[in-house]
Design a protein around this ligand. Sequence first.
Ligand SMILES: *Cc1c(COP(=O)(O)O)cnc(C)c1O
Length: 244
Amino acid sequence: MCEGQDGRTYAEFVRNRRNELLERIERAATSAGRSADEVTLLAVSKTVGIDEVRVAFDCGYRVFGENRPQELKRKVGVARTDPRLADARFDMIGNLQKNKINQVLGNAACIHSVSSKTLAEAIATRAWRRGLRVRCLLEVNVSGEQSKSGFSPDEVRDAAQAIMEMEGMAVEGLMSMAPASDPDAARRCFSGLRELRDELADRTGNPLPTLSCGMSGDFEIAVEEGSTLLRLGRIVFDPAFGNE
Ligand SMILES: *Cc1c(COP(=O)(O)O)cnc(C)c1O
């Protein structure tokens, strides 16, 4: 745990940054006629260790995100033996391969990255065998970038109903990642995600309340466009973010 350049401790940095983030979220929500209470701040802990997670927990974070099954399992294991991290929740936010599903089941509170119908089937089968119902989000590639995984909007239109009917699955909403460093494209991505959710909710009768979108560089736009779950990594944990 390093001292900041101006002598502040890391814990002070995380606490001050959190207060600043909550203010910015509040302002963005208000400007869009929303309540900031509708928005959960998930701290993406994939690049930090359990000590930084403890610091963040002490500052008020309760929801964490990991993108590698092994690391998620490891951190959840530590958290379960640490009474100070008792109500920490870890979500799986990264690409999930079928052979890693069992590491995530029973450990992740929610899987954000259900990116195809075959993956959904594989998760559902394993969950059902273990008597679990997995909370999950369908990841949609709204922007259509080649580099991004997820359902295309048409694929999710075709598959959503069937996935919602799978025994082992509790589909709670949609997730997306916006193109980096392009505010207009980010806004189109987030509003497209919301419109797709509204359409699917109408058609299926499942309200799909969760919209997981918004990262360090675009979270205020995401709040304005209806995000309920921001996934923030660098801006939460990295004192150098924004200074590069
Ligand atoms: C790393 C990651 C984030 C956080 O990105 P930052 O730009 O550091 O806020 C959010 N979502 C996913 C899926 C990620 O892999």
